[in-house]
Write a protein that binds this ligand. Structure first.
Ligand code: ADP
Ligand code: MG
Length: 326
């Protein structure tokens, strides 16, 4: 399997969107091709449809389930982590496009991390030499360049690079879990702790990156494989860097910076002698291990099907396109 896979997932139109008369402008042509039908107005005010074509490693349409997405994106990474590798899975996209649904999901419809954990538990059970290995999890968020522990009442955390250039998050709570049920419970509780934004009015996770890490450790607590799931901040927030409100502007600038750095860091995985700019954002700094050595990455760009979201959808697809373009 290649080091980088870039996939797109289109969500269905919601009931409210249908009622508002929003229309679907995305066609999944085949499992690698996607079309966007953009409505344009000519100078003489006649309307026409501009068609954009995009190719990705995998395109998921609105009928695909988390399980389908899992099988094509994350499942191939599980063997890699059992071989001692490092794997990372990102959900990118505009707020409301389906990132959290994909990564975290709900109790009835668990996200990719839970499906991965199920696989990991199953493999640990059947593999004799791995019988003394355990699953450990951590869950934290990055909001405005600062780290908060979602498994420890949003305790502020600090990242530090040790003498071997390994980035450590000091004091991060790690829990050992022995079943998927317990894991779900812990993560769903943690996700309720996600950032409410500085204004604190609406619960709003769109301005923070949430990171779930699953590690396999031996009885001496040495890690031999790790997979991370990142529910990224809403990509449209990067444009808030131009906002007039100081706090929003700062949040936007931070998100913009981290999404740009992320793209460069993932791209660097495929290019042997390039510099990887981890230090350009907190996100890429704490995920340093995901961009070096035998790391493998998968990005799922989530998109809304609605004509109302055309501009953001095109931005998301262009970003995802550039993550892989040589
Ligand atoms: P984001 O995290 O990107 O802001 P969400 O994951 O919260 O977006 O999704 C927005 C809404 O759309 C939620 O109500 C969610 O349940 C729904 N949704 C997203 N993706 C899907 C999907 N593939 N199938 C059905 N509903 C979805
Ligand atoms: Mg979300």
């Amino acid at each position: 399997m290649e080091k980088i896979r870039v996939c797109v997932r289109k969500r269905p139109l919601g009931m409210r969107e249908v009622r508002r008369g929003e229309i679907n402008i995305i066609t999944v042509e085949d499992k690698e091709t996607l079309l966007v039908h953009e409505k344009k107005e000519a100078v003489d005010l006649t309307q026409y449809i501009l068609q954009h074509v995009f190719y990705f490693d995998e395109v998921f349409d609105e009928v695909c389930t988390n399980q389908d997405v899992y099988m094509k994106t994350t499942h191939p990474l599980i063997q890699h982590i059992f071989n001692g590798g490092n794997a990372t899975c990102f959900a990118y996209g505009q707020t409301g496009a389906g990132k959290t649904y994909t990564m975290i999901g709900t109790h009835q419809n668990p996200g990719l991390y839970a499906l991965a954990a199920k696989d990991i538990f199953r493999q640990l059970e059947v593999s004799q030499p791995r019988r003394h290995c355990f699953v450990w999890i951590s869950f934290y968020e990055i909001y405005c360049g600062q780290l908060y522990d979602l498994l420890n009442r949003r305790k502020r955390l600090f990242a530090r690079e040790d003498s071997k250039h390994v980035v450590q998050i000091v004091g991060l709570r790690e829990l050992q879990v022995d079943s998927v049920e317990l894991l779900l419970e812990v993560i769903l509780k943690g996700s309720k702790e996600r950032s409410t934004g500085a204004t604190g009015v609406n619960a709003d996770s769109s301005r923070s990156h949430a990171i779930i890490q699953i590690q396999i450790k031996d009885s001496a607590k040495r890690t031999f494989g790790r997979i991370s799931f990142i529910d990224l901040a809403g990509s449209e927030r990067a444009a808030d860097a131009r906002d007039s409100d100081r706090q929003t502007k700062m949040e936007g600038a931070e998100i913009n910076q981290s999404l740009l750095a992320l793209k460069e860091c993932i791209r660097a995985l495929d290019q042997e002698h390039t510099h990887t700019p981890f230090r350009q954002s907190k996100l890429t700094q704490v995920l340093k291990d995901s961009f070096i050595g035998n790391a493998k990455t998968c990005m799922i760009a989530n998109i809304s099907p609605s004509h109302v979201a055309t501009e953001h959808t095109l931005n998301t697809l262009r970003y995802a396109d550039r993550v892989k373009e040589l």
